[in-house]
Each structure stands twice: as structure tokens, then as C-alpha cells.
Design a binder for this molecule. Structure first.
Ligand code: UTP
Length: 491
């Protein structure tokens, strides 16, 4: 080691020693100089004061979640406006959203840093072939949506700016995929890729785990890390330069997501909200969606596992669930609100300048034994991962709206290979949506006795972004009849 490297090592070693993490150097004397340098770089990239603080407060002495205070369902804008005044408001909001798009004030933002362990796809989740006929990747679905939207609103900069958050694990593979596909026709100038931060997994006694002799077991710091990464990567500064005021946030797993929805963005902007959310009415009390609630005047998302049964089961006189709003992690966020979140947290003594709290997730994390260096592949959770959640920003807003969206129109997520919300169900749900859209425009659809479509239909965003686009297309394009069991792709 050079003299400078020795000094840097001594500093780091002293710090980790003080914080009770000196075991990370167990194999140090046996590492090559290059391995030592790489490991030191990894260790230096982490915020050790924060880790030490979380080891005490979240790992060793976690607070049990308790629902305290008055818990009320959160109000929301219904999918279909309830009266004339609301119809007028929705019309004004849609126009506002369209104006913001025409003025180039809205950016799309996908969080694609997750590990996608449930799907088990070998590659970034966004590269998964998601659509029914063309097998388009999730990333291609988003690019096509944004290209069609940009064209419709004659975006002043050419294309709608698209910010893609990756993780250190999938950043290179994500960039390569986009490059290999020539950015799916989007201009590279409109795309910004950046990785989120990682956090080490800790043992229940608060010690960071080693994945190998010269690397910690690291994982992305949760989707809430996106609001920090927007700041650290310079994405917020880039948005400011481009005059972007609103960010349309979505997850990587839904091929029919409206990456930007003028009505939703418009309602959020008209009401001067800082961060807003779309919701779906839950289909049953304990559906695996976060629940929007007002707790002591603060908008909060209660995880489905934390919502007590008696609240989950409560019904209104009309039979609807009282807590019916499920979160699908679609948000409209003001750029300046994200800026403020990065200034809110108390700095020093574990405060990291960023407002969102860390949560614990007990997971199976492969790691090495410190005595033998043998790899341990745990059969049950052996570690605590530390993550922040994007919806924890909601209680920090002073103004926020919720808009009820239509499940069929934009919710076909792919979480796993099979079962609910899977690679199997997503193309079926999408075909169902497309069949309804075409049928509403007078196009006959072959159906099974249970009314599900007896065919497969894929509609590209260039063909229609909304059902209302279909009649005009129908008069210009010849749509061939769909035979029972047939396939139809509308480009
Ligand atoms: P999920 O909760 O589905 O997690 O993330 P996941 O890591 O992708 O998948 P599993 O649980 O391992 O199967 C919801 C969204 O948040 C993003 C994901 O990429 C997805 O779009 N996310 C999650 C991040 O960007 N970073 C994270 O650290 C976690």
C-alpha cells in the first residue's frame, strides 16, 4: 500500500473500530492490493454514522409498529366525477395537465432499482418481456408511451424527459439494454440513468455482513431512496435547468402504466399539492396494497400487514370497505418538494439530511463465516436489510390529493412468474382491457362463456393511449375481424 493509502486505511479502521464494525477487516491481510483498494472504496462510500445509528435504533432495538391516534380513511377524488361541479373541475384539471405537458414542465420517473427476487428474471426487471404478442420489454412499453404522449402534446424539447433510477447491481445492464435497442427511438438527451445508494445488511446484533472476503453484503436502500438519488445524482438540478416542475413517479413492473396522466397531474397541480397518489379500490379487506389513511391529520400509508383486521373489515352503509383506497405507488411529485425532503433530516449523529426514515426487512442474506470464510446460504432470515419507502414522504406534505383510478385501465403489474399480479396474469388483464376498449368502439370481440376474451389483443401506445382514441383510429385503419382464439396486434 502507498503511504496515502495506509493513512486512509488507518482512518477508516479507527472509525469502524470505534463503531464496533472492525470485523470487516478480518481477511484484510490476505487480500491483494487491488482487492484492498476496491474494498476500501466500497467502505468509504457508506455513511457509517448513519449505519451505526440504525444498528441501534432499527436493528437491535426496533420499535414495534403501533397504530396510534385517530385513524380515518383518506378522502379521494373518485374515478368518475360525482356531480357537475366535479366534472368541471376534472375538465379543468385535464386541460391543466395537457398545458403542463405542452410547456415541457413534466418529467417521467421510473424506479427500477429493485432486485426483483420474486420474478427471478436474469437481468434488470425492466428488460422482462411483458406484452402478450410482441413480447415487448417493460422499458419498451414506457418508451412507446412517452413517445406517443410527447408527440400528442408536441413537447417543446422534442421528447418528454425520462429519468430512470437503477441500482449499482443493475445500472450497467440497464444502460446496455437501452443502448443496444437504440434507446427505443427516444433521444439519449432526454434520458438520464442514475443508481440509487446501497445499504449493508446487518446481523440481528448489528454487525454488517460480509458477502465475500472483500465485499459487504449490500442491497439497494428501498424505493424511498429514489427521492435521495434524484438529489444526489444531479437529476433534480437537471430538471430545474429544463424548467420541469412536476415529476410523474411510477414502478418498473406495470406494462400498462400511464407513465404520465394529464388528469392526475392536473388535479395535483390545480390543488397545489406537493405529492399526490393514485389509488385503487381494494377488492378485499386484506389485499396486499398499502392503505391510505389520515392519522392525526397526517396522510399516511398503512401497510396491509399493519392494518388491524377490525379496521380492514369495516364497511360503509353502501357495503363499500371503509378503508378502500389501496396504494399502487403512482405519485405526482413537485420537484421543489423533493428538494426540500433532502434538506429536512437532522444532520450529524446519524441524521443524513434526508427526511425519510429507515425500516427493517428481515431477509435471507448469503454471507461468509468470519472464522472459516465459508459461504453461508441461510434457509431462514438471518439478517436485517435497511430500506426507506417512498410513501413515507406523504405525511411530510401539507397538501396532497388522492385520485381513484380504474384498475383495468392501468394496473397489470408483474411481481412474480405465476399467481396474482404475475407474468401470467398481466397479459390476460391487458387483453381484457384492450377487448373492452375495442368493444366500446363497436368492434366485436369473441368471448368465452365467462365473458373473458377468447382471443389475445395487444395495443401499442402509438395506436391508442386512451379508449377515447379508438374511434378515430378505427375510421382511419382497417381493424381485421378477430376470430375466436385469434391474436390481434394494433401498432
Ligand atoms: P418491489 O416492492 O416490487 O421490490 O419494488 P423488488 O425489489 O422490485 O422485487 P422483490 O420484492 O425483490 O420481488 C417496487 C418498485 O420499487 C422499485 C422496484 O424496482 C419496483 O419498481 N425499487 C424497490 C427500487 O427502485 N429500489 C429499491 O431499493 C426497492
Amino acid at each position: 500500500m502507498s503511504y496515502e493509502a495506509e493513512l486512509a486505511y488507518a482512518d477508516l479502521a479507527a472509525k469502524l473500530n470505534r463503531l464496533g464494525q472492525s470485523h470487516v477487516f478480518t481477511f484484510w491481510p490476505h487480500l491483494t492490493p487491488t482487492q484492498q483498494a476496491d474494498f476500501a472504496k466500497q467502505l468509504n462510500s457508506l455513511d457509517w454514522d448513519l449505519i451505526a445509528n440504525l444498528a441501534e435504533t432499527v436493528v437491535k432495538h426496533p420499535q414495534k409498529f403501533e397504530l396510534k391516534g385517530k385513524v380515518e380513511p383518506a378522502p379521494y377524488y373518485p374515478n368518475i366525477p360525482a356531480d357537475a361541479a366535479m366534472r368541471q373541475k376534472y375538465a379543468a384539471a385535464f386541460k391543466r395537465g395537457e398545458d403542463l405537458l405542452r410547456q415541457g414542465k413534466v418529467a417521467a420517473f421510473v424506479v427500477a432499482g429493485g432486485q426483483g427476487t420474486r420474478l427471478g428474471w436474469d437481468g434488470p426487471k425492466g428488460t422482462f418481456p411483458a406484452t402478450a404478442i410482441q413480447k415487448k420489454s417493460l422499458f419498451l412499453c414506457f418508451a412507446e408511451f412517452l413517445l406517443a404522449l410527447g408527440k400528442r402534446y408536441n413537447h417543446p424539447g422534442g421528447g418528454i424527459p425520462f429519468y430512470i433510477m437503477t441500482s449499482p447491481q443493475n445500472d450497467a445492464a440497464t444502460r446496455d439494454f437501452w443502448k443496444k435497442h437504440n434507446y427505443f427511438g427516444m433521444s439519449p438527451a432526454d434520458l438520464m440513468f442514475f443508481p440509487q445508494d446501497q445499504m449493508p445488511a446487518l446481523s440481528p446484533t448489528g454487525k454488517v455482513l460480509l458477502e465475500s472476503k472483500n465485499s459487504l453484503a449490500l442491497s439497494p436502500n428501498g424505493h424511498g431512496g429514489s427521492l435521495l438519488a434524484l438529489h444526489k445524482s444531479g437529476a433534480l438540478a437537471d430538471m430545474k435547468k429544463r424548467g420541469i416542475t412536476q415529476i410523474s413517479y411510477f414502478q418498473v413492473d406495470n406494462p400498462i402504466v400511464r407513465c404520465i396522466d394529464p388528469l392526475f397531474i392536473g388535479l395535483h397541480d390545480l390543488d397545489n399539492a406537493q405529492m399526490s397518489s393514485k389509488m385503487l379500490p381494494k377488492t378485499f379487506p386484506k389485499e396486499k396494497l398499502g392503505n391510505f389513511a389520515i392519522i392525526d391529520h397526517k396522510l399516511t400509508v398503512i401497510e396491509y400487514s399493519d392494518l388491524p383486521d377490525d379496521l380492514a373489515e369495516q364497511r360503509l352503509p353502501n357495503g363499500e370497505l371503509r378503508f378502500r383506497s389501496g396504494s399502487i405507488a403512482l405519485h405526482a411529485i413537485r420537484r421543489d418538494f423533493v428538494e426540500s425532503l433532502n434538506q429536512m433530516g437532522e444532520r450529524g449523529r446519524g441524521g443524513h439530511g434526508f427526511a425519510l426514515p429507515f425500516h427493517r426487512a428481515e431477509k435471507k442474506v448469503p454471507c461468509i463465516d468470519l472464522d472459516t470464510a465459508a459461504l453461508i446460504d441461510p434457509q431462514k432470515p438471518n439478517a436485517v436489510k435497511l430500506e426507506t419507502f417512498v410513501f413515507d414522504a406523504l405525511p411530510l406534505t401539507t397538501q396532497s390529493i388522492i385520485y381513484e383510478t380504474n384498475r383495468l385501465d392501468e394496473f397489470a403489474p408483474i411481481k412474480g412468474p405465476t399467481g396474482i399480479d404475475s407474468a401470467e396474469t398481466s397479459p390476460k388483464v391487458t387483453t381484457q382491457r384492450n377487448a373492452d376498449w375495442l368493444e366500446q368502439a363497436g368492434i366485436p370481440i369473441p368471448r368465452n362463456p365467462d365473458n373473458t376474451p377468447n382471443c389475445t389483443i395487444e395495443i401499442a401506445p402509438s395506436f391508442a393511449l386512451y379508449p377515447a382514441d379508438i374511434p378515430a383510429k378505427k375510421s382511419k385503419t382497417k381493424i381485421p375481424p378477430i376470430p375466436p382464439g385469434g391474436k390481434l396486434y394494433l401498432p
